[in-house]
Design a protein around this ligand. Structure first.
Ligand code: NAD
Length: 333
């Protein structure tokens, strides 16, 4: 059987697992939680609700196979009974949010990872770390492969996150050498329904500004590029990586490259908004360019993104339209 077919049939036939999902109330975590529960697994979700929101988990709260526990992974945690897997998605992901309390962000990356790795060692569980393309910093190469070691500022305002995630990778691979089964995914810019409207990430900011008739804020001249991966594609990549034998970090992202200005124009056209575009200074250490080399994910996981930007944007816009309308309905009550 070809590798890709083998993997997808393995994914369909796996026995029900008992998993701990840290950061499950957040944007990516809530989509992953839904998928795991839908596949028949028991999901124990821990989250300190720093950036996550319980309404993200509303569809799961009545599921007997799902439980939520408010907990900060910087504090030790214990779980009764066996655990097959641990997914570590806990960490604020957008710059304004992770910069609000940089020491907490750093502690989440390091002490939080250590606590989960110890739990994985105790339970014999496989553990996946949500790392990030930020480990490449402001890259000097146009396509970032896992072998690229990055260009990261150790003392700038983004360092609490970038260096925290780099140090977390070090911890994960040290535990691998100690016999723990680890998987490390380097996630590139992902977007979709349930992004927080306030978190300052470019897709949610543009969509919310356009729908509210407010100016779209572009930092710099808008010629910096980004690659945007739709959340369903990302979750599929995470599931394949967890089920695979892949060693070392694996990039998951969409290599399609767009300038920030192009994204703004698409959002304006698709929302029918006549909002103007305003320019603001570039934040310090903002990368000029980001584009994943996904050869490893293609070869070893049989994974590639399937949702084009226009389609993913349409679904995201529909989500934010509905959220806005719901907000107005609640205000009127
Ligand atoms: P998010 O902010 O929506 O979710 C993070 C979740 O972790 C939130 O629910 C938050 O409350 C929780 N959390 C934060 N610190 C915690 C702590 N100390 N203890 C317990 N819970 C804590 O972000 P997201 O976009 O869903 O990102 C999820 C993971 O993926 C993060 O680790 C992030 O670094 C990584 N990632 C995301 C992207 C992206 O484009 N979304 C890109 C690269 C990496």
């Amino acid at each position: 059987m070809a590798r890709k077919e083998q993997l997808s049939s393995d994914l369909k036939t796996t026995r029900p697992r008992r998993v701990l999902l840290a950061g499950g109330a957040g944007f990516l975590g809530s989509h992953l939680a839904e998928r795991l529960v839908r596949e028949g697994h028991e999901v124990i979700c821990v989250d300190n609700l720093q950036t996550g929101r319980l309404p993200n988990l509303a569809p799961l709260m009545r599921e007997p196979r799902f439980s939520f526990h408010r907990h900060d992974i910087g504090q030790p945690l214990s779980v009764d009974g066996p655990l097959d897997e641990i997914w570590n998605l806990a960490c604020a992901a957008s710059p304004p949010q992770y910069q609000r309390d940089p020491l907490h962000t750093f502690r989440t990356c390091i002490q939080g990872s250590l606590n989960l790795l110890e739990l994985a060692r105790e339970k014999g569980a496989r553990i996946l770390q949500a790392s990030t393309s930020e480990v490449y910093g402001d890259p000097e190469v146009t396509l970032q492969a896992e072998s690229y070691r990055g260009s990261v500022n150790t003392w700038g305002p983004r360092a609490c996150y970038d260096e925290g995630k780099r140090a977390a990778e070090t911890l994960f691979f040290e535990y691998e050498r100690m016999g723990v089964e680890v998987r490390v995914v380097r996630i590139f810019n992902t977007y979709g329904p349930r992004m927080s409207p306030e978190d300052g990430r470019v897709v949610s900011s543009f969509v919310c500004q356009a729908l509210a008739g407010e100016p779209l804020t572009i930092h710099g001249d808008g010629s910096q590029t980004r690659s945007f991966c739709y959340v369903d594609d990302l979750v599929e990549g995470l599931a394949r990586l967890m089920a695979s034998d892949a060693k070392g970090p694996v990039n998951i992202g969409n290599p399609g490259e767009f300038t920030v200005r192009e994204l703004a124009d698409m959002v304006l056209e698709m929302t029918g908004s006549d909002s103007p575009v305003v320019h603001r200074p570039m934040p310090q250490d903002d990368p000029r360019q980001r584009r994943p080399d996904i050869s490893r994910a293609r070869d070893e996981l049989g994974w590639a993104p399937t949702v084009p930007l226009a389609e993913g944007l349409a679904r995201t816009i529909a989500h934010f339209r509905e959220a806005l309308a719901e907000g107005k309905r609640q205000e009127a009550r």
